[in-house]
Design a protein around this ligand. Sequence first.
Ligand code: AMP
Ligand code: GLY
Length: 420
Amino acid sequence: MNILILGSGGREHALAWAIAQNPKCDQLFCAPGNAGIAQVAECVAIDPTDGDAVVEFCDAESIGFVVIGPEAPLAAGVADRLRGAGILTFGPSQAAAQLEASKAFTKEICDACSAPTAGYARFTDLAAAKAYVQEQGAPIVIKADGLAAGKGVTVAMDLPTALAALDDCFDGAFGDAGAEVVIEEFMEGEEASFFILSDGKNILPIGTAQDHKRAFDGDEGPNTGGMGAYSPAPIMDRSVTQKALDEIVKPTIAEMARRGTPYQGVLYAGFMIKDGQPRLVEYNVRFGDPECQVLMLRLGAQALDTLLACAEERLADTQINWADDHAMTVVMAANGYPGDYTKGEVIGGLDSADGNPMVQIFHAGTKSDNGQVVSNGGRVLNITARGSNLQEARDRAYAALDGINWPGGFYRKDIGWRAL
Ligand code: AMP
Ligand code: GLY
C-alpha cells in the first residue's frame, strides 16, 4: 500500500524509517518532511493542517494509509476529514484530540473516571484566579487551557511567579489558549511517559520513556521540546505500569468511548510517580518527540503492523515482539535554541554511522541545499542508538555524535543520568 506521513520532525523521520522497512509499504510519502526523511520517502510540499489538500493528494497518489505525526493537524480535524473521505488513518478525531488541546477537558475526564491526578480549579477571571492562588500558596502550577506550543505551563515555586504567570495568560501571551487557566496542585515525584495504542476499545502498550526537557546538563536552563530520551523508563516497573493501565489509561479510554468520542491513535500519558503510585500530569494525542525516535528504533518494521492494527480496530489480536533492549536518543540543537538561533549551516559527517544497525541519525530541522544538508530549525538531529542495556545504547549514541561535524550545534552530555 502507499502510505503518507504528515509532519517534518525527528518523530516523523523515525516513523518513516520504521515504516519503509515493512514489506507492506509500497510507496512512502511525507508532507512536508525534511532532508533525512527524503532518504526514505518522497517529500511533498503540502501543509499538514490543510485537510482538503491532504485528501486531494491521497486521491491522486492512491494513498491507502495516513499516519499523522504532530498535534496541530489532529486538533484541526484532519483525521476526521480523511476518515470522512474513506481513507484509513492513524490519529484521533478532533473531538478525541481534546485530551491534548484542552487541559480542562482532560481534568473533566479524570474526574469522570476517578483517575489519580493533581487537584485543580479552573478560571476565566483573573481576580478570582489570583485569589485562589493566594489562598492555596506555592508551589503551585499554572496552565493555559489550550495548545501553547509547550510554553503554557508554569511550575511556580513562589507566589510572585504564579501571579505573574496568571497575568501573562490573561494578557493574551498564549492567545485564545490562555482565555481559561487550570491551576493545579504541585506534584512531587519522578516523571515518566507511557505510550499506548488505542483502537477506540482495546489498547496495546508500546513502550515507556523518559525525556530531558531542560536545555543544559544537570537539567539546567530553559525548557525545550526535549533534548534527549531513553526507553524503557526504569521507574515504570511492572507494578507502576499495571496501576497506570488499570487506574488511568483504561478508564480514560472507556470514558472517551462512553461519551461517543472513542480514542483512536497513540495516547501519550505523562505521569508523576511517587512511592510507586502514578498520577496523571497530562495527555498528548501523538507520539512524543524525541520519545518516538527511541520507540521506533526498538520496534523497527513491526511498528507499521501495530499502527495498521490500531487504525483497523484489530488491537485485541495484536502483539509486539519485544527484544530485551534499550534505546537512547541525544538531540543536537542549534546554538541559542530554545531562543534565537541561526539556520542554513552545513552539517557534515551524517553518514558516519551508515551501516551500523545499532545507530540511526534521525533528522528534525534539516533541509537540502545544493546537495548539502543544512540546519533549518532549533532541534536539528537525533542521534539514536540501541543496546542490550542503557549504558551500551548511550555509549553508541555519544560515539556516533563524535562523527558529526557541525560547529553551530550543541547537545547535552548527560542524557540518561537518572537511570544510569
Ligand atoms: P504539561 O504540559 O502539562 O505536561 O506540563 C509541563 C511540565 O510541567 C510537566 O512535564 C511537568 O514537569 C510539569 N508539571 C505539570 N503539571 C505539574 C504538576 N501538577 N505538578 C508538578 N509538575 C507539573
Ligand atoms: N518530548 C515531549 C513532547 O513531545 O511533548
